[in-house]
Design a protein around this ligand. Structure first.
Ligand code: UVW
Length: 331
């Protein structure tokens, strides 16, 4: 399907590139619409060659002290007193924003205009404890724009990996920034990295970017890791610019994820709205954060292959805001 270019999309007030009409005003999938049966089949046929698989999720336990003032994950193993049996259960409490995650369409709206994807006002979402006892009790309005839409569709297709850490190391000796400080990666570096790896983009690709957060996290001391929580957060990531929006939309990626706490460098430049507003609020594009791309980097460097079949099945939480991705690469 031929999609409009970024410059052909209408504006929404002062925001360029509003895609609310692209899949119809009732749409709740956003750019996941690009993952058609043909796209999934082509990716599986062309990419799964050896059977090698690579996990892309951090353990749910990490980070034990989350950034952006979020509640830490909590895991309890609970022995059950059943007669003649030895049995354990798990109880897990997580803020779905604390570790490896997809941000869903209820996560981030366009604050200055008070709306989420498809012009949905925040009052449309019930907050607090949500109980849905059975399939007869599902109110479509109550679960509107929930993560279950992606969970029931799946986020599967061709994954394409831009290993910026390797690209900068190969061409400049190391990355030219500290990934734990704000630094915007420009479009020209993403394109140069793709060229260095010999990959070209295709409509419906799932783009993964290795910026360096996790490489650093893995080698510093635990007190340094823990100290990230509660600091004024600053992180590297893709540049927050009109050029970046044009790059992401015009390549028609289905989803984009990185190893950083936010995909974009944080905080955004003064007066510039966070790119989350456009990706989630205007396009319905999943944003992946804290993806563990270290093993993927090794696998791609060893084989020279930077494309693969990508599979992710978010948690099927009716009306959920975000989810761990349960993501893997298949070679
Ligand atoms: C930011 O966008 C800063 O982070 P998050 O998506 O985790 O809310």
């Amino acid at each position: 399907r031929q999609l409009p270019s970024f410059d052909e999309l209408p504006n929404f007030n002062n925001f360029t590139g509003c895609a609310w009409e692209v899949w119809g005003r009732d749409d709740q999938l956003g750019t996941i619409n690009l993952l058609t049966e043909d796209v999934v089949k082509q990716a599986a046929t062309e990419e799964i060659k050896t059977g090698k698989t690579v996990c892309l999720n951090w353990p749910i336990n990490f980070p034990a002290k989350p950034v952006f003032d979020r509640q830490p994950p909590r895991h309890e193993v609970v022995p059950k007193a059943l007669p003649f049996k030895i049995v354990n259960d798990d109880i897990i409490h997580i803020n779905t924003q604390s570790g490896t995650q997809w941000d869903g369409l209820k996560h981030f709206g366009i604050a200055e205009h008070g709306v989420f994807y498809q012009n949905t006002p925040p009052e449309a979402f019930q907050t607090g404890h949500i109980v849905i006892p059975g399939p007869d009790n599902i109110d479509p309005e109550l679960i509107k724009l929930g993560i279950h839409n992606w969970a029931q569709h799946g986020i599967c297709g061709r994954g394409i990996f831009l290993d910026l850490v390797k690209y900068y190391t190969d061409t400049q000796g190391d990355i030219p920034y500290d990934p734990w400080t704000t630094h915007g990666i420009p479009v020209k570096d993403l394109e140069a990295c793709a060229q260095h790896e010999g990959v070209t983009f295709r409509q419906g690709d799932i783009l993964l970017l290795r910026v360096g957060f996790m490489r650093k996290w893995n080698v510093v001391s635990q007190p340094e890791r823990d100290a990230l929580s509660g600091k004024p957060e600053t992180f590297a990531g893709i540049e927050q610019s009109e050029d970046m929006k044009r790059f992401l939309w015009d390549n028609h990626f289905a989803a984009v994820a990185s190893d950083q706490p936010a995909l974009e460098h944080w905080p955004p430049p003064p007066g510039v709205p966070h790119l989350h507003c456009t990706l989630l609020g205007l396009w319905g594009m999943p944003i992946g954060e804290f993806f563990d791309l270290e093993a993927l980097s090794k696998q791609c460097a060893e084989t020279g292959r930077y494309t693969f079949f990508f599979s992710s099945w978010p948690l099927n939480v009716l009306g959920g805001v975000a989810s761990p991705p349960n993501a893997a690469a298949y070679f």
